[in-house]
Write a protein that binds this ligand. Structure first.
Ligand code: HEM
Length: 392
């Protein structure tokens, strides 16, 4: 039996553009080899099913040498955040968070998101230039998540320069040389949240910080989860908005379509999450033997569900390499799924719908004004800059 193809997450070609590699992996079989103890799952049907499969868990045994992250601060924090919590702890923290992330909360934030977007687009209307990352995606995504959590707006300017390093702190496969920078950024944000907690009161109906304090739990757990939420909340939404702006500038026919039919903003946001999944993979641990085709994943093996790869599966998505802002249905797996699926999906959808609707309403022209520059990461599909020329 031939071995499944190898997938090197750190290969510069994968980081630059994973999609040609993904195509080969899907063609090569349902599984790929990521490391001696990790399998990658390539096709949409398997990824969608395994996201909800209880034979996979999220508690990675810290004593196992394959989970080498423990050697640094990021590794310690990784073991305490909601995605890696035990079933019981996850359920406790999830219950508190879910109330703060309800579709109702997201809808209530719609107006605020609209105002923030308009404010940010104002400078583009004046100058004819817009950096879609620094001028829109980042400040919008960070402001929204900070307001939801209860982090003062002033933190924005301090988080921005540390953003790329924070991204590294939450990346499981990280070259050794990047760890010190990632730890320093993480230590800074933890200290910031610690200070903030000292001034807050527990409140069952307050912002997320107040709710978490009210629910009790250890201080370290609260600090780490607030840090995680802040980071994951802005990084992902920022990438969705950046991807959308880059795609609309690159595909003028889709931009005209959005201008003609702004109600497509909602399916457009969904499509941007499919097209370039802000989080490219999510990890689970096999708790029982899992048969995939003629192979068996043994208990104790890590299973990487390759969301970005599944979202380009040509057996599910017609012309997956093209952005189609009206794509319906769009059963992408960009938000993960199952009990560990994304808690912020409703908020992100509202945010995406609102920002692309306003973009189309405020600008008649949106074109590239230079080459977009990527931030290198195998896990997050982020940009450093997307220069645009815009016209009211
Ligand atoms: C376009 C935007 C977003 C994308 C694509 C995204 C994607 C994801 C993915 C792939 C996961 C892992 C799911 C899994 O393993 O099954 C996840 C988990 C999570 N996301 Fe999001 N996310 C987005 C926005 C947000 C926002 C705005 C927040 C909060 C403000 C958020 C909070 C969370 C939390 C708390 C988890 C962990 C859930 C758990 O372990 O129970 N996300 N997200």
């Amino acid at each position: 039996m031939p071995l499944p193809p190898r997938f090197d997450v750190l290969d510069p070609a994968v980081i630059a553009d994973p999609y040609p590699v993904y195509r080969e992996l899907r063609a090569g079989g349902r599984l790929c080899r990521v490391s001696p103890a990790s399998w990658g799952v390539t096709r949409h049907a398997d990824v969608a099913a395994l996201l909800r499969d209880r034979r996979l868990g999220n508690e990675f045994p810290r004593e196992d040498p394959q989970f080498q992250m423990d050697a640094n601060l990021a590794g310690e924090v990784f073991g305490r955040i909601i995605p890696t919590m035990s079933v019981a702890d996850h359920s406790r923290v999830h219950t508190v968070m879910v109330r703060a992330f309800s579709p109702g909360t997201a809808r209530r934030m719609r107006e605020r998101i609209g105002l923030l977007t308009d404010e940010l687009l104002e400078s583009g209307l004046d100058t004819g230039e817009l950096d879609a990352v620094a001028g829109l995606a980042f400040p919008l995504a960070l402001s929204v998540v900070c307001e939801l959590i209860g982090i003062p707006g002033g933190a924005r300017a301090e988080i921005w320069p540390r953003s790329a390093a924070l991204g590294k702190a939450f990346t499981p496969f990280l070259p050794e040389g990047d760890r010190a920078e990632a730890d320093a950024a993480l230590a800074w944000l933890r200290a910031y949240v610690e200070d903030l907690l000292d001034t807050r009161r527990p409140d069952p109906g307050g912002d997320l910080l107040a709710r978490l304090l009210h629910a009790g739990g250890e201080r370290e757990e609260i600090v780490d989860n607030v840090v995680f939420l802040c980071f994951t909340g802005y990084e992902t939404t920022m990438n969705m908005v950046s991807t959308g702006c880059a795609a609309l500038a690159r595909q003028p026919e889709e931009w005209r379509r959005l201008r003609d039919r702004p109600e497509l903003a909602t399916t457009a946001a969904e499509e941007f999450v499919r097209f370039d999944a802000p989080i490219q993979y999510t990890a689970r641990l096999a708790l029982e033997p899992i048969e995939i085709g003629d192979r068996v994943i043994r208990p104790g093996r890590t299973v990487l569900l390759l969301l970005g790869c599944a979202n380009h599966d040509e057996s599910v998505f017609d012309r997956p390499e093209r952005v189609d802002i009206g794509r319906t249905p769009n059963p992408h797996v960009g938000f993960g799924g199952g009990v560990r699926g994304c808690l912020g999906a409703a908020l992100a959808r509202v945010e995406g719908g609102e920002v692309f609707r306003r973009l189309a309403a405020r600008f008649s022209r949106l074109e590239p004004a230079g080459e977009p520059v990527r931030l290198p990461s195998a896990l997050f599909r982020a940009y450093a800059t997307i220069p645009l020329a815009v016209k009211p």
